[in-house]
Design a protein around this ligand. Structure first.
Ligand SMILES: [Zn+2]
Length: 392
């Protein structure tokens, strides 16, 4: 067992990351902050693009820098299977392997074990499941997940947890949440690189407030350098997600970063910031881009539709990204229609730029104490206030 006192003092002075809250917005309590990592300092609230297999699909690291990405996400489960953490470690770690010298966060693999594998059996020690590619039997434990993440070498790593499905009954979520707390402590003990990798705990508890509270208390007692909120955006209605979030964030220490996992639609980003969240990640902007769908200041636009065959305007007339400065809807529609890689690249570029710029605007609104007004204007223009509004 770790000596708690030594842990608190030792880890605090050797912490891999630090977090400063620069300003709290007057009306909503939203936070403007700076996250300092071993690979640079980044303003929060921030959106983190997802690069599952150590690449943000179709984007080069130079392009990611050009659009202002600070921290990107990579995936422990996927990199464990391919190419294997030993190869990444031999390359000098994930930053060197993928030529990215800004921040990296790896998730624990827990979410993929539960979402990708048809067969799985959870026990106290860990989870038995099958490799979603080969069908081979695998066993992942909190210790193994941390060992892999230590080898990958991201700046921020995540505790191995179970993300319960929605809906799930109280008894199931209670047992799962209590186990996630025990696993979090095992992750902390297994963690070999606290001086240059910050391990975040993940608050679970489903949609049950008392379980969220218990989970937050359990994790706070372990004194993680940051806290994620997991188990949201798993199919529940948005008002319920906001309600759980509004209840959960105030339970977390004000001086530590808060990360809402798997959330990336523009409305949920703004509503998350209003409820005190500092970091977000989601595959949404990159995934829909490869399907020919983009987010614009006037709402979603399915550029692959035939309507745009002769539309010679940019994707978004209010956007000054590389794609919008140089290409038309008609051309991009043609590229997507003919399965040309450039089409997916241009849409991905624009979507990531859109969300990263959105967070810049959100930070500016916090500075000026007008986040609620910004939300109203943005929602109105995007079309979120319409009765038939889509999810993004
Ligand atoms: Zn654009």
């Amino acid at each position: 067992m770790i000596d708690q006192e030594l842990n608190q003092e030792g880890v605090a002075s050797l912490a891999a990351i630090s977090f400063e809250v620069i300003k709290t917005e007057k009306h909503t309590g939203a936070r403007l902050g700076i996250l300092h990592t071993p690979h640079g300092s980044f303003e929060t609230p921030m959106f983190m693009p997802v690069g599952t297999l150590a690449t943000v699909k179709t984007m080069s690291p130079e392009e990611l820098k050009e659009i202002g990405a600070g921290v990107i996400l990579s995936n422990t489960y996927h990199l464990w299977l391919r190419p294997g953490e030993d190869i990444v470690q031999e390359a000098g770690g994930l930053h060197t392997f993928m030529n990215w010298d800004r921040g990296i966060l790896t998730d624990s693999g827990g979410f993929q074990v539960f979402s990708l594998s048809k067969f799985r059996k959870i026990e106290e020690k860990g989870v038995h499941f099958r490799n979603h590619l080969s069908g081979e039997k695998l066993f992942l434990t909190p210790e193994k997940s941390i060992k892999i993440q230590n080898a990958l070498g991201a700046d921020i790593i995540m505790a191995f947890d179970e993300c319960p499905p929605y809906p799930a009954d109280y008894k199931y979520v209670k047992e799962s949440t209590e186990r996630t707390s025990r696993w979090a402590e095992r992750c902390l003990i297994a963690h070999d690189r606290p001086e240059d990798q910050a391990l975040f705990g993940i608050v679970q508890g489903g949609m049950y407030k008392d379980l969220r509270k218990q989970s937050a208390m359990d994790l706070i007692s372990l004194d993680f350098p940051g806290y994620a909120i997991g188990g949201l955006s798993v199919g529940e209605p948005k008002p319920l997600m906001n309600e759980v979030l509004e209840f959960t964030t105030p339970l977390l220490p004000a001086n530590k970063p808060r990360y809402l996992m798997g959330v990336g639609s523009p409305d949920s980003l703004i509503d998350g910031v209003i409820r005190g969240v500092d970091m977000f990640d989601c595959v949404l902007p990159t995934r829909i881009a490869r399907n020919g769908t983009v987010m614009t200041s006037r709402g979603r636009l399915v550029v692959k539709n035939a309507t745009y065959a002769r539309d010679f305007r940019p994707l978004d007339e209010n956007c000054d990204c590389y794609t919008c400065r140089n290409y038309t809807r008609a051309y991009i529609r043609h590229l997507i229609h003919t399965n040309e890689i450039l089409g997916f690249r241009l849409c991905t570029y624009h979507n990531l730029y859109f969300l990263i710029k959105l967070m810049e605007q959100v930070r500016q609104a916090i500075r000026e104490d007008r986040l609620q007004d910004f939300r109203e204007e943005f929602f109105e223009q995007y079309g979120f206030n319409k009765p038939d509004a889509k999810n993004f």
